[in-house]
Ligand binder design. Structure first.
Ligand code: PLP
Length: 372
């Protein structure tokens, strides 16, 4: 299989560990191991102390799958497969799709959500949001673009990179359309539980539609991307079997220590989520005032969930040059819209890090020095 470069990940690989401020990150501030252990309950500490570092169960540690199933209504441990989040995307798309299939994907998107399908040879329709209307998606576009060979709808809410979260009504309408046309739905829910108002939280697709596959994991909401633990959920038994067979060619099973650390974190999830929401809301407020001070250069649709947004720059300033010069001159990394193959003049900014205000000060210095 030959696949195109993953532009966003290549950009991260080049800059993430050499800059001082990763202002475009989508994860929340990473947890220190000592802090996770200090929050851990007795049972998970016992699991840790008695951990044998052999191969693990391919589907995932039974206790971890139990913890994961409790995040959902009507889901059991047997419906959960533990794997790395990125691996989950690769497994689902490869297991589900053939060359002849048509796929509709919300766009811009985390590249693997459409690139794997394009590499297989599928026809991919990109479902674009409206940048002049709060990044809204037009449900009629979805209706109009479903064809006889449409097999899969890929959605991602809260959305990377815009932070868009549809209303519950709109989300249910989208799922109803998939049901009417018997489409599979692959719902990437990596930023779930980061809704700023709890009442805005959507049901998980796996709670309301049996032909859905859900992706979630420890990387964003739970501050533990270094564990490389995520999961897929589906109630479709045949699909589940296909995922298991495919996974034998990717990782076979997950990392034993990471599974136990994930159990620890999920057992203290509300504390972690509260800390992260506090950081995000605080940083969002800072950024709102920053944008209003610099409104000739910047505009911004405030998200209702998640740890990122996709502000746009005044047309005279090219976002790729802006981001590259910012890295060079101030050691601050934002992600230009070019890494998403998005035609607008935007950049991705992240609100989950504790050094956000320092990074914004550097950004301000840069803007003032350049006199944009
Ligand atoms: C929407 C989305 N899906 C999947 C992933 C993959 O997660 P991970 O990097 O933990 O494998 C990411 C990571 O940025 C993401 O933003």
């Amino acid at each position: 299989m030959r696949i195109k470069d993953f532009k966003l990940e290549r950009f991260f690989a080049e800059h993430e560990f050499s800059v001082k401020y990763v202002l475009g990150a989508s994860d929340c501030e990473g947890i220190m191991q000592r802090d996770l252990f200090s929050m851990a309950d007795k049972d998970s500490l016992a699991l840790w102390n008695n951990l044998k570092l052999g191969y693990t169960e391919s589907q995932g540690h039974p206790v971890l799958r139990e913890e994961i199933s409790e995040l959902y209504q009507g889901i059991e441990a047997k419906d959960v497969m533990v794997l790395a989040p990125q691996e989950g995307i690769f497994v689902v798309i490869n297991s589900l799709l053939d060359k002849k299939d048509h796929v509709i994907v919300t766009f811009p998107a985390y590249q693997s959500l459409y690139e794997v399908a394009e590499t297989i040879g599928c026809e991919v329709t990109k479902w674009m949001p409206d940048p002049f209307n709060n990044w809204e998606l037009d449900v009629d576009f979805l209706r109009r673009n479903i064809k006889s060979n449409t097999k899969l709808l890929v959605i991602n809410f809260p959305h990377n990179p815009t932070g868009y979260l549809p209303t519950k009504e709109k989300f249910l309408e989208i799922i109803e359309i998939a049901k009417e046309h018997v489409l599979y739905v692959f719902s990437d829910e990596m930023y779930r539980f980061l809704e700023y108002e709890k009442t805005d939280r959507l049901p998980s697709a796996c709670e309301i539609y049996d032909k859905s596959v859900v992706l979630f994991g420890m990387s964003k909401t739970f501050s533990l991307p270094g564990l490389r633990i995520g999961w897929l959920i589906t109630k479709e038994k045949e699909l589940f079997k296909k995922f298991s067979s495919f996974k034998d060619y990717t990782t076979i099973c997950s990392s034993a220590p990471s599974e136990i650390l994930s159990i620890m974190a999920l057992r203290t999830k509300n504390r972690i989520i509260d800390i992260n929401l506090k950081i995000i809301k605080n940083n969002l407020n800072l950024f709102e005032s920053f944008v209003s001070k610099n409104n000739e250069l910047l505009s911004f649709i405030k998200p209702r969930a998640g740890s990122i947004a996709f502000p746009s720059l005044n047309k005279k300033v090219d976002s790729s040059n802006f981001c590259l010069n910012l890295i060079k001159e101030k050691s601050v990394m934002l992600l230009p819209s070019e890494v998403y193959d998005y035609k607008g003049n935007n950049f991705r900014i992240g609100f989950g890090r504790t050094n956000f205000s320092e990074a914004i000060n550097k950004l301000e210095e840069f803007i003032n020095e350049k006199q944009f």
